[in-house]
Design a protein around this ligand. Structure first.
Ligand code: DQA
Length: 147
């Protein structure tokens, strides 16, 4: 079982970026905690500030045949990117949308996601645990999907 954890713009700055909202753990810390918690899962991690690189990575994940699902924190692209939405819709891989913060309890512009409709579900507001819940949701979906 291999899961891709994909992170979008500004998530490379976790740890020092608005710690009152996003906490003090770095993206490396979060990734490591996933490896520790899910021993049965092989993880691939990718972060980019660029929309195109994220889309390319998603296509690569599908084409390589090695990845069974994706946990995606698209950052602000969640609220802006039709291109990313179309890319998610175009792949067969299940994608779970995750957010550290509760996007529904913040500024109104964060309440709309272009990607939720094409993801299998959304987890928002649990900090680092959002990623863990995202992995659990994917494992559940993969185990319960008839082949
Ligand atoms: C975020 C929420 C987004 O609105 C924001 O642009 C981010 C991080 C989160 O994890 O809470 O960059 O995706």
């Amino acid at each position: 079982m291999t899961i891709l954890v994909l992170n979008g713009p500004n998530l490379s700055r976790l740890g020092k970026r608005e710690p009152n909202i996003y906490g003090t753990r770095t993206l490396g810390d979060i990734n490591q905690s996933l490896v520790q918690a899910f021993k049965e899962v092989a993880f691939e991690f990718f972060q980019s500030e660029s929309e195109g690189a994220l889309i390319e990575k998603l296509f690569e994940a599908e084409d390589c045949g090695r990845i069974q699902g994706v946990v995606l924190n698209a950052g602000a692209l969640t609220h802006t990117s039709i291109a990313l939405r179309d890319a998610i819709a175009s792949v067969k891989l299940p994608v779970v949308e995750v957010h550290l913060s509760n996007v529904f309890a913040r500024e109104p512009f964060r309440r709309h996601s272009f990607i939720s409709e094409v993801c299998i579900g959304v987890i928002s507001g649990f900090g680092e645990t959002s990623y863990h819940l995202g992995v659990q949701a994917l494992l559940w979906r993969i185990a319960n999907t008839a082949r």
